[in-house]
Design a protein around this ligand. Sequence first.
Ligand SMILES: *Cc1c(COP(=O)(O)O)cnc(C)c1O
Length: 465
Amino acid sequence: MDKNLLYRSIPKVDCLLEKEEIKLLMETYGHDRVMEVLREKLGELRRFIGVCQEDGDVFEKISRLPKDICKAVKKSAQPDIRAVINGTGTILHTNLGRAPLSLEHAEKLKEITAGYCNLEYDLNSGERGERYSHFEELLCRLTGAEAAMAVNNNAAAVLLILNSLAAGGEVIVSRGELVEIGGAFRIPDVMRQSGAVLIETGTTNKTRLTDYEAAVTEDTKALLKVHTSNYRIVGFTEAVPAKDLVPLAQECKIPLIEDLGSGVLIDLKKYGLPAEPSVQDAINSGVDVVCFSGDKLLGGPQAGIIAGKKKYVDQMKKNPLTRALRIDKFTAAALELVLKEYLSQEKAVQNIPVLKMLHESAESVEERAETLKRMLVSENIKAEVTVISCRSQVGGGAMPLTEIPSAAVLIRPLYMKAEELERAMRGLTVPIISRIADDAVYLDMRTVEPRWLEQIAKSLGDLIV
Ligand SMILES: *Cc1c(COP(=O)(O)O)cnc(C)c1O
């Protein structure tokens, strides 16, 4: 084998650039991007010649070169963040972006985000406006609060509230509420960052009003309640509900703050779900400032919503930290759209995907599972396909003990391992995220929208060999 001859048969860059398909590629993707891939591919070819055993393999690679370049350029132009199909059944899957927005909302956002918008512009006066103005009144109406704003996420909201209202002073928290949310959000650490001193009171399982009373000093600047979103203490327990702390806060002339975690604006019990403390209840019971996530049970974009007494919210709006934590136009626009749905509870449950998925009946999910099964069977896939009942989780650190009866499509390939199929499904253009059990792949259909069914059936038909 004459390696020199092989090296000499590598096409010259100029020759490749003359090819029609490469010219077209340049027009679409630009000179630099194409050249980078082209050089990379030529380098690969040179290295291949160095190690190859058969001339034929080299000539085949050379003939495929323009096609390979096209493929590689197109692949490099694909965004890395992309839509995935969530077959895990976990509704608020933090790794999969937590709350999905609806197609209708996404469509409306397109117009707002593709150009200029009135984010901080008052269209009536023609002067500077406030970015919270688009949803502040709405939030007040929905929660009963006097004022509201939103920052980057709920962790930021807690930090901003404590820094604005309690820096340099003490904040009393029950030992049963010193929560870690995950991703290094721990109440004691956030407290330290905010410049406030954490004063623990009570015990892990029992904290009484007298514990709070005993912990108050001249330096106490706030009382903080934290919703134990992602764990439960059961058995011999006692905690003081926020409303019972109101008189103490008033007497000491300090704000009572409550971190609610998930922002629930509707009565979940009405929809067959365990009751979670609602934002309205907290405000009604006299809590001065509450905060909650935008992308947990609220079903909106990532945000930390703060609502409460105007004098406190004003203090936060003026805090320089707010500038560092503020939401952008994408979030502001999405938040307004989602909050508007709550003006009518039954519409919210239909139009906000998280709520819709939460309360869809197991029978309805099962129907969708049966539909997918039929589609897979008519694709003649080489696998055993069955519909099984399963349990979905809420996720996102909300309702940790709740399991929602659901249905899954179980796919057991005849000639390939479940792990292999699961990996291949992750490699699709629209990746399908599934679970493995019993040497089979299964898709909990609660989190799979009907619009994906055809694509899933086709992809699996191609994948399973
Ligand atoms: C989830 C949660 C947070 C953090 O909210 P993010 O929006 O994820 O930053 C803080 N406090 C509680 C009680 C939570 O449940």
